[in-house]
Design a protein around this ligand. Structure first.
Ligand SMILES: *[C@@H]1O[C@H](CO)[C@@H](O)[C@H](O)[C@H]1NC(C)=O
Ligand SMILES: *[C@@H]1O[C@H](CO)[C@@H](O)[C@H](O)[C@H]1NC(C)=O
Ligand SMILES: *[C@@H]1O[C@H](CO)[C@@H](O)[C@H](O)[C@H]1NC(C)=O
Ligand SMILES: *[C@@H]1O[C@H](CO)[C@@H](O)[C@H](O)[C@H]1NC(C)=O
Ligand SMILES: *[C@@H]1O[C@H](CO)[C@@H](O)[C@H](O)[C@H]1NC(C)=O
Ligand SMILES: *[C@@H]1O[C@H](CO)[C@@H](O)[C@H](O)[C@H]1NC(C)=O
Ligand SMILES: *[C@@H]1O[C@H](CO)[C@@H](O)[C@H](O)[C@H]1NC(C)=O
Ligand SMILES: *[C@@H]1O[C@H](CO)[C@@H](O)[C@H](O)[C@H]1NC(C)=O
Length: 256
């Protein structure tokens, strides 16, 4: 069994990650993609400032993290990954490890944001993770004509590390799955673990960090972002580790 697992793991390690950010490895957050800073909506700020920045630092527990910082009133500190690189008929695996210093109403910490079809009927934000009434929701917007509907939620507390695994199939229709702290979740709207969804009305790209929730200053901390095309690509970042059930404790390889 161990031989087989080693072989599988060696094979998996050959896959090239699309995004590979690890704060513990000292990676510059710029490897995530495009930095989007806005004090006011649609007023882009190109450089980090003391009030609004994303830079490698430490969380309140002195753990290395990309620190996303906004003062009260500022609306956006996000990284836009895979800009113009996402395509239809693919399955993306996204691992995202983070903590939030504030649990603030309307704070959106992840989006699968539409860039093409939102001007002609497609959802503006097909998938999102947003704080609503103190809980973190996973939301799906089917089209421009519908709101974002919560499919799942969890209680969440400040300054604790959480690991999400988001699997998105961009076919028409596509589907989505959510792992939370390593466990595949059930969507409460359908009772299923795979939500059939219009994930990719035109071209949607993943965004990470802090958007909206501007009534207070916001600090979020990101430890890992990995994006790949198979589950093995995100096991470490998303805390998914079935192999340990077989007595195998792999240290996932990186940058191969
Ligand atoms: C941003 O930083 C770059 C590099 O340090 C600098 O050349 C540029 O002038 C800065 N832009 C603004 C708007 O401050
Ligand atoms: C934070 O961690 C670093 C090592 O990464 C250590 O040198 C430093 O003393 C720590 N600081 C505090 C306040 O614990
Ligand atoms: C995706 O696959 C469908 C069904 O095979 C096909 O009709 C469509 O053209 C494909 N889209 C792209 C962008 O390749
Ligand atoms: C995406 O899902 C469709 C079914 O909705 C499936 O036919 C297709 O093989 C999947 N694509 C990938 C790349 O997994
Ligand atoms: C989380 O950490 C921040 C920064 O140290 C602190 O301001 C905040 O009060 C903490 N929140 C909780 C609920 O402990
Ligand atoms: C999209 O929805 C918004 C808000 O409901 C509406 O104002 C806009 O006209 C819609 N656009 C299209 C192209 O349907
Ligand atoms: C672990 O493996 C089992 C059996 O293949 C599967 O049902 C389960 O979803 C897996 N769990 C995770 C977290 O991948
Ligand atoms: C699913 O969960 C969300 C968030 O907790 C909740 O608002 C919604 O009412 C639930 N939907 C169903 C069908 O239970």
């Amino acid at each position: 069994m161990k031989v087989v697992l080693l072989f599988l793991f060696a094979t998996a390690a050959l896959a090239k990650l699309l995004v590979d950010f690890s704060a513990a490895e000292g990676d510059n957050p710029s490897v995530i993609g495009l930095r989007n800073l806005e004090a006011a909506r649609s007023v882009a700020q190109s450089n980090n400032t003391a009030d609004l920045y994303i830079e490698l630092g430490k969380d309140p527990r002195n753990v290395s993290a990309a620190h996303f910082h906004r003062i009260k009133g500022d609306i956006r500190a996000e990284y836009h990954a895979l800009n113009k690189k996402t395509v239809a008929n693919t399955t993306y695996y996204i691992g995202y490890a983070f903590s939030l210093a504030q649990i603030q109403q309307s704070l959106m910490i992840w989006q699968f944001k539409e860039y093409v079809a939102n001007s002609h009927g497609g959802a503006n934000i097909p998938l999102a993770m947003e704080i609503v009434n103190g809980r973190l929701e996973f939301q799906y917007q089917a089209s421009n004509g519908t709101g974002r509907i919560a499919q799942w939620s969890t209680s969440i507390v400040a300054n604790q590390t959480y690991r999400a695994g988001i699997v998105i199939n961009t076919s028409t229709p596509g589907w989505v799955q959510l792992y939370w702290d390593g466990t595949l979740q059930t969507f409460n709207t359908t009772g299923s673990k795979k939500l059939i969804a219009t994930t990719f009305p035109g071209r949607a790209d993943p965004k990470f960090g802090a958007y909206r929730g501007e009534a207070v200053g916001i600090d979020t901390f990101v430890y890992d972002i990995r994006i790949g095309t198979q589950l093995d690509d995100i096991r470490a970042a998303a805390g998914i580790n079935n192999l340990t059930a077989c007595g195998f404790h792999p240290k996932p390889a990186r940058r191969v």
